[in-house]
Design a protein around this ligand. Structure first.
Ligand code: PLP
Length: 370
């Protein structure tokens, strides 16, 4: 039995009849840049997230870059972010001309608030935590920390469309929040796409101009912006998929609970640590990530059995070649460094069958029984 890392072909088959007529419409009208489809998707996302406005952008990386520009972050400024995340979180800070300050994570893979608090200096401008793997950050504590020091909060919500706690959904918590619609994300487009949301309508209104070369009216520029727009074709695809996101997230949570149950029943608790399952809708399981002492041989065994397991992320940012001169890269981040050796993500998506999950856990059980 094969268990691919993702099964987007099956998802497409179920959505084809909804998506193709929308695409056709755009070709018939030759309408590809901004326009009503992008407006409609932005409004739908704002309603879904519970925020005043959203701005569609070309990618999650651009969303982070635009957010930092809206905070007027630049040379001499420091931005706190986890070392245990995808590269783009830090790349955006460098592109803003500012300095990333790498923070350790906790045992739930999320940026460690105690470590972050100790790293705040007079130069710190922004706190940029990540809802990693789709797990919602404990937001109240982050808001209090930011407010106590007069800092901006930027959510990296690239992996967490739909996660929610008693304060609201990810994307409705920070001053601004960046989403990614990269095809493999839980809300994925047919190519690159991203979005900025947040609680400050003025910043979002400025971002709307900034993504379009800073022009309110064509050829009249109030500031130097970029070409960072979300394509109308992407907005059309994403609008269809948004209608399914709550059900897909529910199925992801159910698959995660099932893995935890199967692993427990197989008596594997002394070999692997399962992710904690928060109550309610907090976690959307963009990834289902185990911690395993003897990880690499197990990964090989899973691959030999055609199971698409993967490692997010094998090298922490503070150990990347391109960041080696940064002051905060000289520090050791013990939890991050341990996790990069231990994490192992199993296939998780709504289309994953129970048979496939049983097979995956059987292969893990046999590996440890050898
Ligand atoms: C945590 C995180 N931040 C930022 C990004 C960047 O998003 P994109 O690939 O859409 O530029 C991604 C995804 O790729 C991500 O996982």
């Amino acid at each position: 039995m094969k268990v691919p890392q993702l099964d987007l072909r099956t998802q497409y088959q179920s959505l084809k009849n909804e998506i193709l007529p929308k695409i056709e419409e755009h070709f018939a009208n030759q309408s590809f840049i901004l326009g009503p489809t992008v407006d409609h998707f932005e409004k739908s996302m704002a309603e879904y997230l519970g925020v005043p406005d959203c701005v569609g952008l070309a990618s999650g990386s651009e969303a982070l870059r635009v957010a930092l520009a809206m905070f007027d972050v630049g040379p001499g400024d420091e931005v706190l972010l986890p070392s245990f995340t995808f590269f783009a979180t830090a790349g955006a800070v460098i592109h803003a001309g500012a300095t990333p300050v790498f923070v350790d994570v906790d045992e739930d893979f999320l940026m460690d608030i105690t470590d972050a608090a100790q790293l705040i200096t007079a130069k710190t401008r922004v706190i940029l935590p990540v809802h990693l793997y789709g797990r919602q950050l404990p937001w109240r504590a982050w808001r209090e920390l930011a407010d106590a020091h007069g800092l901006r909060l930027l959510e990296d919500a690239a992996q967490s469309v739909g996660s929610r706690d008693d304060m609201g959904r990810s994307g409705a918590l920070g001053d601004l929040a960046a989403f990614s619609f990269f095809p493999t994300k839980n809300l994925g487009g047919a190519g690159d796409g991203g979005l900025l949301s947040g609680l400050d309508p003025e910043l979002l209104a400025r971002a709307r101009l900034f993504r379009n070369h800073g022009a309110q009216q064509r050829y009249y520029h109030s500031e130097v912006g970029i070409n960072g727009r979300l394509d109308a074709l992407q907005a059309a695809v994403l609008q269809v998929k948004l209608g399914h996101i709550d059900e897909w997230n529910r199925q992801r949570r159910a698959r995660a609970a099932r893995y935890n149950q199967l692993i427990d029943e197989a008596g594997l608790a002394s070999h692997v640590t399962c992710p904690r399952l928060p109550r309610g809708e907090e976690h959307v399981f963009h990834q289902y990530t185990l911690r395993v002492g003897n990880r690499d041989p197990l990964l090989t065994r899973l691959h030999e059995n055609e199971i698409g397991a993967a490692i997010y992320y094998p090298v922490p940012l503070h150990r990347q070649e391109c960041f080696k001169e940064l002051p905060s890269a000289q520090r050791s981040l013990p939890v991050t460094e341990r996790l990069t050796e231990e994490v192992l993500s199993l296939p998780i998506y709504p289309e994953l069958t129970d048979e496939q999950q049983v097979f995956v856990v059987d292969v893990i059980r046999e590996f440890f029984a050898d």
